[in-house]
Design a protein around this ligand. Sequence first.
Ligand code: NAD
Ligand code: ZN
Length: 236
Amino acid sequence: MQRAREWLREARCVAALTGAGISAESGVPTFRGAGGLWRQFRPEDLATPEAFARDPRLVWEWYDWRRGLIAATEPNAGHLALAELERRCGRFTLVTQNVDGLHDRAGSREVLKVHGDIWEVRCTGCGRAGRDDRVPLPDLPPRCDCGALLRPGVVWFGEMLPQEVWRRAECAAREAEVFLVIGTAAVVYPAAGLVDRAKAAGAKVIEINLDATPYSEEVDCSLRGRAGELLPQLIA
Ligand code: NAD
Ligand code: ZN
């Protein structure tokens, strides 16, 4: 911890990658942890273009439930610490796999959401995109003014990442002197590839996770514990 703190203090350029684990302490379940199931479904059965084509109402009911759950939570000390780090650092880029918007609510300004945002909706017909914060949504599935179905503004299994967001995330990983990997099993590609990229470019990689991950042995520093406790200590 002491060494990691010094790396962070001395770095002019820092990037962080967060996953579902950082929001777990706020009460947003991770997909694979406890509470990740809705009715009898696994996320892999619902977060796909095929599931949406088959039963858009069912998929929207799941998203409406998750939006309600997220709306009732607050950012935790881990989210707040990253917002503070952004204010202090010369150059700081936050890349998140989370769709919950908790980094925004914690005050982070530059958030690269590589898996999209659960508060955004996009028309499957005319392509128009916008934000809808209503919980619950009045009609499921919601429709665009053009009559076509709206879909959640998230990246589903099997879909491409948003190109420009991804390009900027890769850039940040390449340029970072310190790269933080927080609350992600780092097995979901291509996001996990950012860790390799940062390492290859010479960054010190610091991992924060409750459990060991495939990366724990390879990183420069692996801190085992809750993000909400370790991140405030790391930036103190
Ligand atoms: P995951 O569910 O596979 O893994 C979560 C990781 O967080 C695990 O490695 C776990 O050990 C760790 N963890 C759990 N609690 C923690 C804590 N308090 N402190 C530190 N670490 C903790 O999630 P993933 O690897 O991020 O991949 C699943 C994908 O599903 C994500 O890419 C994301 O798009 C999506 N997802 C998003 C949310 C959200 O927006 N909050 C929630 C669930 C899933
Ligand atoms: Zn439309």
